[in-house]
Design a protein around this ligand. Sequence first.
Ligand code: IFM
Length: 453
Amino acid sequence: MSQLTFPANFLWGTATASYQIEGAWNEDGKGESIWDRFSHTPGKVLNGDTGDVACDHYHRWPQDIALMQELGLQAYRFSISWPRVQPQGRGRVNQPGLDFYSRLVDSLLAANITPFVTLYHWDLPQALQDEGGWPARATAEAFAEYAGVMAQALGDRVKHWITHNEPWCASLLSYQIGEHAPGWQDWPAALAAAHHLLLSHGWAVPVIRQHSPAAEVGITLNFTPAYPASSSQADLTATRQFDGYFNRWFVDPLYGRHYPADMVADYQKAGYLPQGLNFVCSGDMDVIAAPTDFLGVNYYTRTVCRDEQAEDNLPATLMADLPRTEMDWEVFPQGLYELLNRLHFHYGPRKMYVTENGVSYSDGPDGAGRVADERRVAYLQAHFAAAHRAVQNGVPLAGYFVWSLMDNFEWAKGYSQRFGLVHVDYQTQTRTLKDSALWYRDVIRGSVNIWGA
Ligand code: IFM
């Protein structure tokens, strides 16, 4: 075992998202979002949970910043609720909404915590959904306007901007699988949505730079590396396809490689692109490939790909038998190491941040009020060590954000999953530092060591 040291200005932080923590869904002039509409629709979210109150962060943010200070966080990644700022998605700006984020930023800076602002973490104004949502090009145009509003308001103080969080979720999970808002199941619409999300990112980059000249601008993708269950042709094809669907469809165009040709062919064959790539207009791919300052990487797990239908399959040699989290995701830290290397050597982003990594375990306070979540400590330790090995290989990793600061609304799974370093009692809104929070505080302080093999 050796003791690991990260680069001197490496940033340690935590991440959250507006709908998952803020609550105050209809206060101070905020407009309705697609997640308000979706969670208020019976049957869409487990147990009928909603983000109406969530962690009540909209009212309790001073206390939450105090918690961040207690943990010694160096950076905090949060997202802006678009309909809190522009209730109709374009045009009129709701000043109280803007003031909320402005105060938050000022207080973070006063606490010596660097704000990382995500513009879109899935709470689209319902008004824009009513006009077609992300499958409509006009939504991308509205996003560029909104990015300008935010950069103008906060750009003097915010120096790290993330346009979108996980466009795979905002497009395919939301418009093809239908598990997330707005709950469509429509392949062609989902692929158009993916394009418009990426396009809106490309349009927003220069707009943000214009109002916030010294800032770093990037995008966050979620990656699930795909591994074949065996070396059979069928499993290799399944692996290529999953990787294309989940990872390459998004990262390739951002780095100037257009949509992956193998996937375009597969989608055409399957009938998912009946009009071809007709949503791609001349010049779009150059817009999408606008140079950025960093790539945000969200990593939780891998996928083992098996074509169960194939007759000529070999026996599976790579079994999915690792420990699993309460999301039923495999714990696979090696995947983070391999992913960071792949991104660095294959795409060459200038810089990367792990903008999310963390784990859902439901440990709560014992009789003495202690939350002994040693499995989360073990998960984080192993992933930090994997990231460190990547840094040793020359990967330009500049920081790491644990998901999440506190337990929160886990989308279609409601409050059943707890990812926080801080436990939240939703009845009383009491926050309790879990053991993992205390351990993370000590990692940041440098008073406990991260161990590598
Ligand atoms: O809670 C989510 C977050 O909103 C986006 N990334 C994955 C997390 C855990 O599922």
